[in-house]
Design a protein around this ligand. Sequence first.
Ligand code: HPA
Length: 246
Amino acid sequence: MAEIAIIGGTGLTSLHNLKILRREVVHTPYGEPSGPLVYGSLADKQVVFLPRHGPGHTIPPHKINYRANVYALKEVGVKKVIAVAAVGGIHADLTPGRLVVPDQIIDYTWGRGTTFFEDSLKQVVHIDFTTPYCEELRQVLLQASGQLGLNTAPRGIYAATQGPRLETAAEINRLERDGCDIVGMTGMPEAALARELALCYATCAVIANMGAGRGDQALTMEQIESNLKVGMEDVRHLLEMTIPLL
Ligand code: HPA
């Protein structure tokens, strides 16, 4: 049984260093996950891989069935989840290619299935979400990153926006005033759902671009993808170093 899951984001729909053993289609009471769960071994340990946007990168952030994804992982016995996410950099130091292990999140998304606790309840449930990420897992990611000599930012506030469009320059300025360091479209409700199911969940974010209005050029998908290629290679190494420490 694999107790560690990796949720891949844009730029990480496959893990070259994962030795794939089998795939499993899991159905959940919340519908279908983004794709079959991919079981394999990474650094000689069993892991489950799930590309958040689907195997062919076809599901946009607001259409992802976050509940089905998180439920499916819990159902097969996963205990720890490393979520990989492409983000824009808001803080000036967070430049393309750099990795960030965020410690806080602000949710600007809407209209997504945000909880498992809404129907047929015996009692209303409010989870504690003061620290949205699993600190133990965050520290292991940072330890592994240090061993690799990566210049990973050890904390940051992740702004989860609705997408699929990128932000306006004014929206990025507003996010900065709110204290946000990075911006992405998939951090919520994924993190909260993981907490609801008592999964240890942390994010490894890769800066794909500077936030809108912060760079000297317009944002293009080509540029974002080419920056991600570099950052995701670091992520693959980081995962290989992290998994044996868990
Ligand atoms: N904004 C939101 N999500 C993103 C960005 C961005 O600039 N880059 C990659 N994902």
